[in-house]
Design a protein around this ligand. Sequence first.
Ligand SMILES: Cc1cc2nc3c(=O)[nH]c(=O)nc-3n(C[C@H](O)[C@H](O)[C@H](O)COP(=O)(O)OP(=O)(O)OC[C@H]3O[C@@H](n4cnc5c(N)ncnc54)[C@H](O)[C@@H]3O)c2cc1C
Length: 403
Amino acid sequence: MPCSHHQPFRPRPVMPRRRSNGGPRIAVIGGSLTGPAVALMFAQAGFSHVNLYEATPAGTTLGGGLISLEHSSLGILDQAGVDQDEYVHVPSETIWQTPVKDRVLGDPVRRVYPGRFTTWTQLHDALTRRVPNDLVTTGARLTGLTAHRGHPLLEFAEGFTVSADVVVFADGRASTGRRLLDPNRRLRYAGYVGHRGSLGFNPTAMVDFWRLEPCPGVQFNIAPIPGGADWTFYLNAGPGEYTRMFGAAPRQRLFAQPRHVGGTARAHVDGNAVWHLPEPFASAVHCTASRTAFPVMDIEPPTQMVWPVGDGFAVLLGDALAPVRAHTARGANNGFEQGDGLVTALCQHLRHDADLGNALSGWQRRYLPAAVAAVRLGPVIGGRLGLGVSPDADSANLVELTV
Ligand SMILES: Cc1cc2nc3c(=O)[nH]c(=O)nc-3n(C[C@H](O)[C@H](O)[C@H](O)COP(=O)(O)OP(=O)(O)OC[C@H]3O[C@@H](n4cnc5c(N)ncnc54)[C@H](O)[C@@H]3O)c2cc1C
């Protein structure tokens, strides 16, 4: 039986359930940030049938730059025993927001950030080293989900299937789970690109996050990371321009890896750096050897987080549920908060026989509004910065940009 698309989630009447030792069989899809965090929390809470499946093979370095984590996420990581020293290397809580005129820095305004700065790499390493190895299968790409004999059955490209009771999709903004469960929510290009680079030196010996705003349509963020600095340069680009720079349309290439960043993209970014940024930032960009980029994408806000699959359930969380614009700084935070809430809800099932569907319904009620708000916030911030398509743009323009 195919998995039930579009079926609004309504908890079934409470049925007496036999409490099985170790709780339901939980399959987590995705081993980046949200997936390992939730798998770790489930294991620590006493769930003994947890497995995590990650598409990329073991040892593949995905890499990733700066991420800011709010106190809520830091607290969740504290609770999970992930020592902050492992993933926060400068104890800054400051963002310097700085106008730039004629390539000269104006007076910076101090914004206090309620959290700390880390990097994807530090966080991923700190989490994955704690998830027991025997829970993790790498090189396993989920391709299908059906209900078989009442249970969710996961199908993998590598030719095997797995039966579970609860499927937790933490498979990111190109989520297969979202495509299977909520296929009408499709990503659309927002009309600008985050060009990224990591430097092996710190060009101004900065200890805080710096945000440079030369003019509408241009924003440059830079912050210290271990061994250097990480920058993101946001610049407008039509879909054709994106394709010329990175060899495929935005929806086909949601992450341009170093091998996709050729001479055209480098020249575009270096030219804009020289045009807009003061020294030494322009030189720092020029000196960055290995670069990546991502098209900024929008999506309809989610209306549901839980789907019944046979007698079991599938849930979306993190970027799989709500791939928000990076300006919101909410992506990883949402994933940790939703993951923590999910474990709390399922603990009521494990320890006190709460009905599983009811527990998931309560979780959705608690976390859906924040996910919706974060999706809506992205275009508002982008519009304020003159980046991409403004929320008021006419529909013809939106269609033109949907590639
Ligand atoms: C420039 C930039 C700045 C950002 N800054 C912040 C910030 O300050 N604060 C913040 O909170 N967030 C920030 N984010 C967002 C944050 O990086 C993401 O929200 C976060 O990485 C999402 O984590 P995730 O685990 O949900 O998904 P992802 O990191 O996308 O991981 C998904 C994983 O699932 C795997 N996968 C995919 N499909 C399958 C499949 N079919 N089967 C098996 N495995 C699969 C992938 O290989 C991947 O490992 C930023 C993002 C960018 C680009």
